[in-house]
Design a protein around this ligand. Sequence first.
Ligand code: F6R
Length: 606
Amino acid sequence: MCGIVGYTGKQKAYPILINGLKALEYRGYDSAGIALFESGKLKISKEKGRVKNLDDNSDLKSSNSSIGIAHTRWATHGVPSSDNAHPHLDNSGNFAVVHNGIIENYLELKEFLSKNGYKFKSETDTEVIPNLIHYYYEKEKDFLQAFNRTIKDLKGSYAILVLSPLFDGIYVAKMNSPLVIGEGEDENFIASDIPAVLEYTKNFYFLNDGDLAYITNNSLVFYNNDLKEVNIPKKVIDWDKNAADKNGYEDFMLKEIFEQPRAINETLAGRIILEDKCNFLDINIDSKYLKNVNKIYIVACGTAMHAGRVGKTVLEELTDIVTIVDVASEFRYNYQVIDKNTLCIFISQSGETADTIAALKLAKKNGAKTIAISNVIGSSITREADYTIYTHAGPEIAVASTKAYVSQISTISALAIYFAEILQVKDITYLEKLKKELLDIPEKIDDILKNSENYKKIAKDIHNVKNCFYIGRGNDYTTAMEGSLKLKEIAYIHSEAYPAGELKHGPIALIEDGTSVIGIITNKKILEKTISNLQEVITRGAKVVLVTDCNYENNDMIIINIPKTNYLFAPILAIVPLQLIAYYVAKEKNLDVDKPRNLAKSVTVE
Ligand code: F6R
């Protein structure tokens, strides 16, 4: 996964690169490194650990160099160590490379290079790149040709930056890994994502897979893989810089939880229109096509897949079209019954998740129409899909997804209403009521957030339990899955989500004195059923917390009341207390909430 950043311009490069790396740490944080070009020489500094550790120890801190590249790593090949940290140099010491992605055929390339006398200092896949560049440079005596021959030999994914005393700028190549180029005045920036350099520019270029670029302080030249110069349109990104700062909050995750009302408002704005038809200019799906759709697939990973599960309920209820949800890494290898009448929706906050992108390509190959729902403008998935709908959650920095999740559910709910209007299969008054309910959600989240202090108390009770269960039925089960994922990933507590009725088919054997069970009930029709399941665990010693919008009292459990909405949209409200509980449990345990261990924000490996 990893984060990369490059700078060439009139300012000192070191602080810009370090700030960029800090903003990219969510992508990986086990080691970091920087290469600067100074007094005709490449200077490199690398450290195991976080970017702060590099900054505290680097002897390049006082450098006046105004060109450099840098990297923060999420280890794939080789343990976190300063040897394995990037930048990596070739044997001649002329080419410094930072790389994000995975070179799948690196062993083959390493063997080839070893036979040609090259020696390797690290265990990484990346180290073959600078050496292969050197190998071809010796033959071609032209860097661009050598670089292009190198990347043509690479199988896998990469975003690569190369710095060398042999040229003035930075060479760049991209394949299936995120990379943006930011244009300034007499200075240019390269980064894995927009927020890393958003404080310097709003003008961005997005390379296509297979493209190369040569970036100097005052020029940007883009090439396709035949080395023909190509034009790439400039996009102006109007994100507010504060959106990428903590803005007074202790952590990005807390800030992003509190941003949820705004994220939903912005996502729905202009799309859901009361007393008028919904407006989805982003997609051009006509009624003739939609009437022939016989099946919808929603494919995604992790939290985005949970949003898809909620989306399934809304789509099926409003369109009567069978909707199947699948995890992207499974979808890819399952038998597919897909044709031109299958609509496939892919959800990805980052738009860079390798499995989701591969699943999309597969669906397209099988003839399906594809829609991407993504939060990141210009991300890879948006370039592959037939249509893209952006969630407007703003940059999500914390590794654990919160505001993107509720924005994804809002988007797919709005899309379902839009489809229902086209298909004319539901009563208009009912649809109008749903629109109103959806637009009222942000205010209701604000109400839930007002009580955020209460969750600290609950977190104190939970923080030292060994096991936690989340249970619910229907959409409440999906909320249970998402709540349980949040607790696992940021608080490192083993937790599982179960359909409430399933507990007695096995897992109830694990309930003992003090086990935590969190129940969710947002559908009055199943209130009694789920309450019975909660009683069953209370009898066996469990401590129960119930999140509900039903009027229900019971002194044997802690009850968190949330505002009422249509049950289809209730997951958007019910998840908020669970996000806060996970957050405060992690704080109680003194954990790094924004950068949980072993995780990275965008999963660009399969
Ligand atoms: C959990 C979380 C992950 C992501 C998953 C997909 O909090 O963030 O489960 O939802 O890795 O990522 P995207 O949405 O970027 O495809």
